[in-house]
Structure formats: C-alpha cells, structure tokens
Design a protein around this ligand. Structure first.
Ligand code: COA
Length: 224
C-alpha cells in the first residue's frame, strides 16, 4: 500500500511542475485525495457493501469536487490535476499513468446499458472540460484536447480535438480532416466575381490578339 502511495505522489511530481514537495502533494491535491478515497470505496464495492461505497463516494465528492463511481476500475499512478467537476462513471476502465484535468466527464451517452462508459488505455491525457462519452476506447498515449467531446474510438498515439472529436495528429503527423481556421471562411460571391474577371481577361486577350492578326482562319471562326 505504501509503495502505491509513494508512486502516486511521484506521479504528481513528475506531471505537475507546481508540485514541489511531498508535503505539498499530500495537502494541496484533491485529485490525489479522491483517488485514495476511491480505492477504499472500490474495495467496499467489491466486498458487496455497495450502499456504503456509494455513500462514501458522495462524501469524497463533497470533499474534493470529484465524483468517481466506486465500481470504476482505475490503474496505477492515475492523476487528476485540479480536479473540480470531474465525473467518472460506473463502467469506466482507466489504465496506468492516465492524467485528467478539471471538468472532465467520462460518461455514458444515455442510450446504453451494461458497459456504457469509456475505456482509457495507458498514458492517455484528457484535457480540461473534455467529455468522453459511451463505451468507446481511447488508445494508449492518445490525447484529448481541452473542451473536446469524443464519442468514437480513438486509436493509439493520436490527438483529438473539437466537437465532435476529430483526430488532428496521428503518430506525430498532422491529419488534415478538418479546417480549424474558422476565421478564413470562403466567400462564394467574391469567388464568382474573381472567376468572371479571369474569363473577361482571357476573352479580352483573345479579342486583342484577333484584331491585331486576323489572318488566322481558325482564330477567325471561333470569334464570338
Ligand atoms: C490537444 C493538445 C493536447 C495539443 O496536442 P498536440 O498533439 O500538441 O496538437 P497541436 O498543439 O499541434 O494542435 C493541433 C491542432 O489542434 C488545434 N488544437 C489544439 N488544442 C485544441 C483544443 N483544445 N481545441 C481545439 N483545437 C485545438 C491546434 O490549434 C492545431 O490546429 P492547427 O493545425 O490548425 O494549427 C492541447 O492543445 C490541449 O488541449 N491540452 C489540454 C491541456 C489542459 O487541459 N490543460 C489544463 C491545465 S489547467
């Protein structure tokens, strides 16, 4: 148990530059407190004390602002940074070395029963305010951008952003599936005028050429 506590503290120090000492982690990190309380609640849940486990998970939520269903399966060195507003649903499975930021929801879509919450493989990072919904899998080492809403599986080593979540980086390379430059919207009217201008220029050039050398009979035939 002490080894696990030590590795939890080490995980915070590794991933948050603001965590300068063990005392600071013990005192100031509700994400760490929530995970430790969840371990107790998960143990109670597995022993069949489900009502008590749910009650204690609500106590943990009251104390930390983080709601973790006692049935959720969570791996080693799980770190919730800041924490407030995080919700982790009943059938969620979280691998090792996963990081969540504040306001993340690992929830159901409201349409499913049974396994209805996501699976996050090892080393996944989910950014602030993101929602990962349904029985989907976020592949190892993938990153979900802040504010994204992800409703489909994500392969390993990808970055997903936006609503609905789209893969923008895969295995370190950009994937141009969406145009994120909303400030550069196309203007069809201007495009049409530009096209007309180009055709007028071309016609003028042909008329000029024809009036300068009207000897070519083929050229003369095609004149308007
Ligand atoms: C998604 C994220 C992980 C960056 O991943 P990355 O693989 O380095 O991707 P990039 O920064 O190269 O961004 C790729 C594209 O996605 C866009 N993008 C990045 N994050 C985005 C987000 N959260 N929402 C929408 N678009 C985003 C970038 O602008 C870029 O677009 P472009 O190709 O048009 O320039 C990061 O931006 C993020 O959201 N991290 C969350 C961190 C967090 O929650 N911090 C809270 C601290 S309290």
């Amino acid at each position: 148990m002490f080894d696990r506590i030590k590795s939890d503290i080490r995980a915070v120090k590794d991933r948050d530059p603001a965590a300068t000492s063990t005392a600071s982690v013990l005192l100031n990190y509700p994400g760490v407190h929530a995970v430790w309380l969840h371990r107790l609640n998960h143990w109670l849940w597995r022993k069949g004390a489900r009502g008590l486990a749910r009650f204690f998970s609500q106590v943990a939520r009251f104390l930390t602002g983080i709601e973790i269903h006692p049935a959720a399966v969570i791996g080693k060195r799980f770190f919730i940074d800041h924490g407030m507003g995080v919700v982790i649903g009943e059938t969620t499975i979280i691998g090792d070395d996963v990081t969540l930021y504040q306001g993340v929801t690992l929830g159901g879509t409201g349409k499913e029963s049974g396994k209805r919450h996501p699976t996050l493989e090892d080393c996944v990072v989910v950014g602030v305010g993101a929602a990962v919904l349904g029985d989907i899998t976020i592949g190892r080492s993938s990153r979900v951008g802040g504010g994204a809403v992800v409703v489909d599986d994500v392969p390993e080593n990808c970055t997903v952003v936006g609503i609905p979540g789209r893969i923008v980086v895969k295995e370190g390379s950009r994937v141009d599936v969406i145009d994120l430059h909303h400030e550069v919207l196309p203007d069809p009217v201007i495009d049409m005028f530009r096209q007309m201008q180009r055709r007028l220029d071309a016609l003028e050039a042909r008329v000029d050429a024809a009036t300068e050398s009207p000897t070519d009979p083929e050229e003369a035939d095609t004149r308007p």
